[in-house]
Design a protein around this ligand. Structure first.
Ligand code: RIB
Length: 304
C-alpha cells in the first residue's frame, strides 16, 4: 500500500468530563479527567497507522515535555517522524470539556504548530517513496498545507483536506485539494450558511463545484453526505451507538477514509470504513485513547 503522509497538528489533550457543562460564571464538579495525545493531524495519522498504513507525520512539537512525549508516542506506534521538528517553546495543547452524552467543546492553543515551515513541508513531500495520499487540517498555517499539497500532487498523490477547526479556505490551498471533508460547522463556515440548517443537496453540489474538488461532509449521528463525480449526493447513515465521548470521531473518520483511499478502495467503501471506525471511537472516552487495536479493527472491518 502506498505511503500516507499527514502534514498537520499535534496537541496534548486535557480532557475534563462532567454531567453538565458550566454556564458563564458558574463552577461545576466534574466526574473525571484525563490527558492524552491529540491534535487533529496526529489523531488521523494514528488511526491510519492502526488500520495498517505506512504513515509519516510532518509536524512541529515544542521543546517542553509534551513535545518529547508526543514524538515518543509516534515512535511507539511505528509512525515515521523524519520530518517532525522540535522547536523552542510550548507544544500545542487542547483543553476539552465533555458532557454526559459525549458532546465536546474544545479550545486549541496551537503553540509549536504555528512554527511549521512550507519549505520543510515541501522537502518532506519530495523525500522517500511517493505518498499515495496526503492529508491536512486547519490547525497549522494554510500556506504550509498548500505548499505540501502542491508538491505531493506533483508526485501523483491524492490530497485530502479536513478544514477543522472552522475557518475560511484560502484560495491557494483550495486550488490543491482533491477531497474536502468538513463537518456541519466547518461546512457552514466554508459555504456561509447557518450550521443549524441540515445541508441540502444543492448546497453540497455547489460547494464541491466552487472549490473544484470531491466533497464528503460528516454529519455526526446522521452519518455523512458524499458528492459523486456526477454531482449526485449520496447520504450514508451511521450505526446507532451509545456515545460516551465524541472527541476525535471526525479524525477517526478521516484516518479511516485516507487509509482506505490509499489502499485503492472505492469511494463508497472508504466512506463505509470511515463511518465504522468513527462510530466505534465514540463508545470509549478519550481521543487517540478511544481508538481500538489493529486486531480489533481487522475484526470490525472484516466484512467491509
Ligand atoms: O478533533 C479532536 C482534536 O481536536 C483533539 O485531539 C484536540 O487536540 C483538537 O485538535
Amino acid at each position: 500500500m502506498p505511503r500516507v503522509m499527514i502534514v498537520g497538528s499535534t496537541m496534548m489533550d486535557l480532557v475534563a468530563y462532567a454531567d453538565r457543562l458550566p454556564e458563564a460564571g458558574e463552577t461545576v464538579v466534574g466526574t473525571s479527567f484525563q490527558t492524552g495525545f491529540g491534535g487533529k493531524g496526529a489523531n488521523q495519522a494514528v488511526m491510519a497507522r492502526l488500520l495498517g498504513a505506512d504513515v509519516s507525520m510532518v509536524c512541529c512539537v515544542g521543546s517542553d515535555g509534551y513535545g518529547a512525549e508526543t514524538l515518543q508516542n509516534f515512535a511507539d506506534r511505528g509512525i515515521d517522524t523524519t520530518w517532525a521538528r522540535r522547536v523552542p517553546g510550548a507544544s500545542g495543547v487542547a483543553p476539552i470539556w465533555v458532557e454526559a452524552g459525549g458532546q465536546n467543546r474544545i479550545i486549541i492553543l496551537p503553540g509549536a504548530n504555528l512554527a511549521m515551515d512550507p519549505d520543510v513541508a515541501i522537502a518532506a513531500m519530495n523525500d522517500g517513496p511517493a505518498p499515495g495520499v496526503v492529508a491536512g487540517q486547519f490547525e497549522i498555517p494554510q500556506s504550509v498545507t498548500a505548499a505540501a499539497f502542491a508538491a505531493a500532487r506533483r508526485r501523483g498523490a491524492v490530497t485530502v483536506l479536513n478544514p477543522a477547526p472552522a475557518a475560511p479556505l484560502e484560495p491557494a490551498l483550495a486550488a490543491e485539494v482533491d477531497w474536502l471533508i468538513p463537518n456541519e460547522v466547518e461546512l457552514a463556515a466554508l459555504a456561509g450558511t447557518d450550521p443549524d440548517d441540515l445541508p441540502g443537496d444543492d448546497l453540497l453540489r455547489s460547494l464541491a463545484e466552487r472549490v473544484g474538488c470531491r466533497l464528503l461532509v460528516t454529519l455526526g449521528e446522521a452519518g455523512s453526505a458524499l458528492v459523486g463525480t456526477d454531482g449526485a449526493v449520496q447520504r450514508i447513515p451511521a450505526p446507532t451507538v451509545d456515545a460516551v465521548d465524541t472527541t476525535g470521531a471526525g479524525d477517526a473518520f478521516v484516518g479511516g477514509f485516507i487509509w482506505a483511499l490509499a489502499g485503492g478502495r472505492s469511494d463508497t467503501d472508504a466512506v463505509g470504513i470511515a463511518t465504522t471506525v468513527a462510530a466505534d471511537s465514540v463508545t470509549r472516552p478519550g481521543t487517540q485513547l478511544s481508538f481500538a487495536t489493529p486486531e480489533a479493527y481487522e475484526r470490525l472491518l472484516a466484512d467491509l
